[in-house]
Write a protein that binds this ligand. Sequence first.
Ligand code: SF4
Length: 343
Amino acid sequence: MEDPNPMIAEVVSKKVKAVGLISGGLDSIVAAKIIKDLDVEVCGVYFAMPWGCCDKTKAIEAAMTIGISFIVLQLDERYLEVVRSPQHGRGVALNPCVDCRIHMFSRAGQYMRHIGADFVFTGEVLGQRPMSQMRHSMKKIEQGANLEGRLLRPLSAHLLEPTVPEQEGLIDRSRLLGLSGRSRKEQIDLAKQLHLTTYNQPAGGCLLTDDHFARRMQDTLDHGYRNFRETIALKWGRHFRLTPEFKAVLGRDAEENESLVSHAHRDDYIMQLRDHPGGILILKGHNPSSEILATAGGLIQKFSRYKEQPPHEVNYWPCHDKNDIRCILARPLDDAEIERVRL
Ligand code: SF4
């Protein structure tokens, strides 16, 4: 028998391919399952925040349950610049939701073109979030991400204009949904029907919506950072802006101390009480004066059980050379002074 024409075989067998944003949350998992069940090859993408606030493990487990491939894309300095200067405003705190989505979706779009996929889809639901999931903002995001006609929202598709893959018959629009609003009841019922049990519960989630974290992030953006990994430590410890050039971060327990030390920059200084090692402080900035070092030492003592005692001696050493240990006397600090520098 003659071999079939390989060109024709390829055209006939080419499977529809899509890039799906997988956060690990209910909506994105249900959306991915719906698209996968339409016989589409789904390539899941998880965006890792610079400070790692989402549950990557759950997202990976969910992708495995559905049986889709999965990659992690790291949000980095480019994302921090979006946070610094959003074009479309912010939500309750520092969260630039519209610009955040434009950034992520446009990177998903690049990935789509790179792997020759047909479209990008998300688990967004019309009207679920006030800033980024209203009709006009969803359109704006699609345009800003350079995905016009190629961004499918399967959960709300019946309420939105048909996308190119629907128009071209790559996707059966009748098998998509018309959900809207904040309730997740229908998604929960659907998840049960589809036997999906591995997903994150909706929670406050994004740290940019948290006032406390937002204050620290704004300080970092204002005073500069060496790379995006520095923002990981914003989640831990007590933070103090001593001067525009110097910042101190004090661990609150052994776990935080360890995390802070392991994420310190090689040029940072590490400090702790000489006779009572315990609390660890990371001093960020170049060539600290003795006054700055004494103030940082005062912070360690103030937040220790020795706060009422005369000034203690404090050891300090550069992060890159733990044998270069020097010592300074802590400067007593009053509460008002601490509040002035606390972030
Ligand atoms: S809540 Fe946070 S992660 Fe979600 S869109 Fe807004 S800024 Fe982005």
